[in-house]
Ligand binder design. Structure first.
Ligand code: ADP
Ligand code: MG
Length: 357
């Protein structure tokens, strides 16, 4: 795999103006996406996943503001390598040069991205005709190939359909096909399967992984469900209260997690053999509107140390690819390891993977 960085996000901070003051929605986020890689951004609702994606794409709501940061995007234009900071572009420039063509985004509800009054064929060909001046006939042929590629086999017939004539899973496939129609370098999927049932979710995720291999596109996959990305993500970033609290290769996050929040997410994952009640992380995500410092996870963290109340932990480096923001990694902290039940669970997961269950 080519390991050059295609997107390098540095120190991204986003706030929203609200009636109760400024809400820090994203706080100093660093994340790299390498060429041809699938990274997952995982975290409970409200952790700042969408705000991160929207900030990069110039799609923040009017009360949103980028306080700091860079998002260096490296791409090739007419055979030349170009690098630009997406956060320094105007919305207009992003819309004209980046959105859709170079970076495409798929949202949770396909109905909001599909036009109910236009046929699927028209919606699939529009981007190619507008951005690349592809002749209509050729665009139509490409569109039908794209539909086949996303697993819609009666493509010719479906092209003449309107969105309401398709099932939810099929609509999401169409949205993915549209996103890929302009050959983007990066595909950002923001909770694209949440509204779909678990079997269809798994199929869509496999589809995205397959498309990644076929087209070489780099993928940022956003979800609140750590379980769904286990099989497909190369790299995982766990977000909590606007920060990345742990990031690492899929192997590091699933088998060697170091942050108590990640332990909670792993324990809460449904598994094949889970019987009885599922573990839930106690409490709920904090309201950051009055944030005064300290680790926002402390109140829900059975392993919290006194220092957590005062100072938000820095990012500790565990390996070249694995980082976690927890004071437990400070050399002065007491030795703590993950809960015993979770260790058992992870051993099971590893066995399942080894035997390909
Ligand atoms: P996620 O996608 O992880 O569920 P979001 O990025 O949507 O989280 O939200 C992060 C935080 O920012 C939350 O506290 C949310 O309430 C707040 N927020 C998001 N969008 C807005 C907005 N347009 N106005 C005010 N607050 C917002
Ligand atoms: Mg979201």
């Amino acid at each position: 795999m080519n390991s050059s960085k295609i997107l390098e996000i540095k120190n991204l901070s986003v706030t929203f103006r609200t009636s109760v003051g400024e809400v820090p929605a994203v706080r100093g986020l660093d994340l790299d996406l390498k060429k041809g890689e699938i990274i997952a951004i995982v975290g409970e609702s409200g952790s700042g996943k969408s705000a991160t994606a929207r900030a990069i794409m110039g799609l923040l709501e009017n009360n949103g503001k980028i306080k700091s940061g860079m998002a260096n995007f490296t791409y090739s234009r007419n055979g030349e390598t170009v690098c630009c900071d997406l956060l320094s572009l105007s919305r207009k420039e992003i819309r004209k040069h980046i959105n859709g063509r170079r970076i495409a985004m798929v949202f949770q509800d396909p109905m909001t991205s599909l036009d109910p009054t236009m046929t699927i064929g028209k919606q699939l060909t529009e981007g190619m005709v507008i951005h690349y001046k592809t002749p209509k006939k050729e665009a139509w042929r490409k569109a039908s190939e794209l539909l086949e590629m996303v697993g819609i086999h009666d493509a010719e017939k479906r092209m003449k359909n309107y969105p309401h004539q398709l099932s939810g899973g099929m609509r999401q496939r169409v949205v993915i096909a549209i996103a890929l129609s302009c050959n983007p370098d990066i595909l950002i999927c923001d909770e694209p399967t949440t509204a779909l049932d678990v079997t269809i979710q798994a199929k869509i995720l496999d589809l995205i992984a397959g498309l990644q291999r076929k087209t070489g596109v780099s993928v940022i996959y956003i979800t609140h469900d750590l379980g769904v990305v286990a099989r497909v993500a190369d790299y995982v970033a766990v977000m909590y209260a606007g920060r990345i609290v742990e990031k690492g290769t899929a192997n590091e996050i699933f088998y060697h997690a170091r942050h108590p929040y990640t332990w909670g997410l792993l324990s809460a994952m449904p598994s094949l053999d889970s019987s009885g009640e599922l573990y839930v992380i106690p409490g709920s995500p904090p309201d950051l509107s009055g944030y005064k410092g300290g680790d926002p996870f402390a109140d829900r963290n059975a392993y919290a140390l006194n220092i957590d109340r005062r100072i938000d932990p820095p990012m500790f480096r565990i390996t070249e690819t694995h980082y976690a923001a927890t004071w437990l990694l400070d050399p002065r902290a007491p030795k703590v390891s993950m809960p015993a039940e979770l260790e058992v669970r992870i051993r099971h997961m590893r066995k399942e993977e080894e035997y390909g269950i």
